[in-house]
Design a protein around this ligand. Structure first.
Ligand SMILES: *[C@@H]1O[C@H](CO)[C@@H](O)[C@H](O)[C@H]1NC(C)=O
Ligand SMILES: *[C@@H]1O[C@H](CO)[C@@H](O)[C@H](O)[C@H]1NC(C)=O
Length: 707
């Protein structure tokens, strides 16, 4: 009964739900589930506080306000609601065990480290439903222990006590809009200080509910369709290659300004969405804490299926923003006449108080020119493609002609452009300046001519008419046929988008028709940060996962007749433990120890198994022995310190934990170094260091290179 009711609701809800397509527009209420483990009464914040934080009242600091300001009112989460604190009938350990025995969670190697959090989300969500809460499709689960913030496609966002503040929550929510982390050309990931998707390394501002902001960078806003199409310039489309452009700050509401908000400067003759973007950010609103007002340049570039944005730094990677009088230049390549093609951006004037800037852009990018290493070869055609650029003189194929046609018509083909470009021949419907729905040219809205911004609300419709509802707030009265047609255009829009892919990551995009989709489109997101975070924050995480590369031996050699056999037994034990029978594994490790009682790694492994069945005293005894046998050196010494530190941490003895982590860190464990930082939730959240360390973890360098 319950199931059928909710599927009816979903089907009805579909019409007005945003999210059938990228860009993202409309109202989308979220549900927040407050969830305590059985063994802890701790409530980091009252339900009332969280309710206010999410959406209540007129406070400009709520999460709701953040989204409506960053999207200029296009996307809001009005109607989101929050449960009371619910107490699970399971302790954290119970949930952890359930996660360990959940085949589905354990079978996906990438997801394994998050099994605890995934399980917690699953259980909390089901438990809330059991209590009669109707939950929205987008969910946030807040638990009362751990330190993490993660997003997963299936069960949404999870937050833990220390990370209950706006920047973190909004960051995770934006992942659900198909966006990964932002980058710079300096340290790569998490290094775009002007973008929410680099939270922790970004310019966050103080707010009533902890740190908030900053806004999103220009490329992200373009991707989401949160910039008006008539205020984005695709440079060169009008034939002008040297011009001064007046820009308005992206930081202030669009309605308060009137100049261009984003310039897209193409540099790739075969991928028109590869562009440098120019934007102006000022100290205002979500961006109240940015260092100084300035012009930012990002490079948007396609890798694999997805586009990425890198903040471009200049002068030895020191400065992110260009200030008045500064100039940036990028040389592209030499053309057939041996001229360099280049792009120059000069900041002529910044009016910080007025949030306006004057930028001169000069580009000699010419998509139809051949490169210096190419030859121009005549085609004997009389249309636009009378010659093509080839490296070697050879027979011209149809493909050569097509490639050259697109280069020659490069600007003419840009009726639509940027991340929301439509397939060739389609146009933006443009009922208003944010209406990026791709339609056939005949369907381009006529009324756009009569000013988007002065549209009146129709107070009633004649009989037979309906509100069009092309988007939230569109109350124009139209015939039923027109209404149906508009709705169908909305539903189909994603089919005509040229770049329907995740942004800043290689993940799958969230199900287009998620409510109707039979097959769950699985796993997007931030698998990588989650891996790191879980390794840091989950004290029971077997350390075998941390250093899964056992090939490189840095332990001192052991001479003992039983050693080889002991090693074999160890491997067998590990397999048995991985198969789920930890007690049998303990027996096998015990045999490995009796076969060679000076083999520290057998003690390490048995300790790990003991920890899994919560025999921490036994584990501790083994680790002490492993440390002794390894003489505090090598991989075994390092692993034993890491494990012992985790037990100390579990017992709440942070000082002892720190001492052991320090020893492990000195033996080269970057995991231990991170643990040392982990007490600081910002550091633990999302920062560049994490991604570097994660790389090491993946490459199996952990506990191998002593420094
Ligand atoms: C949110 O409000 C709706 C409608 O009042 C209700 O059915 C639902 O249970 C509420 N959900 C939560 C999480 O409080
Ligand atoms: C661009 O235009 C300005 C002003 O019209 C002119 O002074 C300058 O020489 C031009 N630059 C190039 C490279 O054409």
């Amino acid at each position: 009964m319950k199931a059928s009711v909710s599927s009816v609701l979903l089907a009805l809800g579909l019409l007005f739900r945003p999210g059938q397509c990228i860009p993202k527009r409309g109202n989308e209420p979220w549900s927040v589930i407050l969830c305590k483990f059985k063994n802890s009464h701790y409530e980091p914040r009252t339900a009332e506080w969280i309710r206010e934080w999410i959406s209540a009242g007129n406070n400009p600091d709520t999460v709701e306000s953040f989204f409506s300001s960053v999207s200029n009112g296009l996307y809001d989460i009005k109607g989101s609601n929050v449960t009371e604190w619910l107490k699970l009938p399971w302790s954290r350990h119970d949930v952890y065990r359930m996660a360990l025995t959940d085949r589905r969670l354990q079978s996906n190697k990438k997801e394994k480290p998050f099994a605890l959090f995934d399980k917690a989300k699953q259980l909390c969500i089901s438990f809330a439903q059991l209590h009669g809460y109707e939950l929205n499709e987008k969910k946030i689960t807040i638990i009362n222990s751990e330190q993490t913030a993660v997003y997963g496609n299936e069960n949404g966002v999870l937050l833990s006590p220390k990370l209950i503040f706006t920047s973190v929550l909004a960051h995770e929510m934006v992942h659900s809009l198909n966006i990964g982390h932002s980058y710079s050309d300096r340290y790569k990931r998490y290094d775009d200080a002007y973008d929410l998707m680099s939270t922790a390394n970004a310019h966050m501002r103080p707010s009533t509910y902890g740190l908030s902001g900053p806004g999103l960078n220009g490329p992200h806003l373009n991707y989401l369709g949160w910039l008006p199409m008539d205020r984005i310039i695709y440079f060169g489309r009008d034939g002008q290659m040297n011009r001064t452009i007046s820009m308005s700050s992206l930081s202030v509401p669009h309605r308060l300004t009137s100049d261009s908000l984003l310039i897209l400067i193409p540099y790739d003759r075969d991928e028109p969405a590869n562009v440098y973007t120019v934007e102006y950010r000022t100290v205002f609103g979500n961006d109240a804490s940015i260092g100084s007002s300035g012009i930012l340049i990002h490079k948007v570039e396609k890798f694999g299926d997805a586009f990425y944005s890198h903040l471009i730094t200049y002068v030895n990677h020191v400065y992110d923003e260009l200030t008045a009088g500064t100039e940036w230049i990028s040389f592209l390549h030499r053309d057939e006449h041996y001229n360099f093609q280049y792009i120059r951006v000069k900041v002529e004037n910044l009016q910080k108080k007025l949030h306006s800037a004057e930028i001169r852009v000069i580009s000699t990018f010419d998509p139809s020119a051949c490169r210096k290493y190419e030859q121009r070869i005549a085609t004997e055609r009389k249309d636009t493609v009378d010659s093509v650029c080839l490296r070697h003189n050879r027979a011209i194929t149809y493909k050569d002609i097509e490639v050259q046609r697109k280069r020659n018509l490069f600007y003419k083909l840009r009726a639509t452009f940027g991340q929301n470009e439509c397939h060739e021949g389609m146009r933006w419907r443009a009922i208003d300046a944010y209406d990026y729905v791709c339609v056939i040219p005949e369907r381009v809205a006529i009324e756009q001519v009569t000013s988007w911004r002065k549209k009146k609300r129709h107070s009633f419709c004649y009989s037979g008419q309906k509100r069009r509802r092309a988007f939230e707030g569109d109350n124009v009265c139209v015939s039923s046929e027109e209404f149906e047609r508009t709705q169908k255009e909305n539903m189909d829009a994603y089919k005509y988008l040229k770049h329907l892919s995740f942004f800043n990551g290689q993940d799958k995009i969230r199900a287009i028709h998620s409510a109707l989709s039979e097959t769950q489109i699985k796993i997007m997101s931030t698998t990588r940060d989650r891996a790191v975070l879980s390794r840091i924050l989950n004290p029971l995480m077997p350390s075998e996962d941390i250093s899964n590369n056992n090939d490189v031996a840095v332990d001192k050699p052991i001479e003992h007749e039983g050693y080889a056999e002991s090693k074999e037994l160890e491997k067998q034990g590990v397999r048995t433990a991985e198969g789920g029978d930890v007690n049998a594994a303990i027996e096998i490790f015990t045999r490995a120890i009796s076969t060679c009682d000076i083999n520290p790694s057998a003690y390490n492994n048995r300790a790990q198994a003991y920890r899994l069945v919560e025999k921490n005293e036994e584990a501790l005894a083994d680790l002490n022995r492993a440390i002794e046998l390894s003489e505090e050196q090598g991989k075994s010494g390092c692993q034993a310190f890491v494990q012992r530190a985790m037990i100390h941490r579990l017992k709440g003895d942070d000082d002892a934990a720190r001492a052991d982590f320090e020893k492990a860190a000195n033996l080269g464990s970057s995991f231990a170094k991170l643990q040392l930082v982990a007490l600081n939730p910002y550091a633990a959240m999302c920062n560049k260091m994490l991604s570097e360390v994660f790389q090491n973890l993946r490459e199996g360098k952990e506990c191998q290179e002593s420094k």
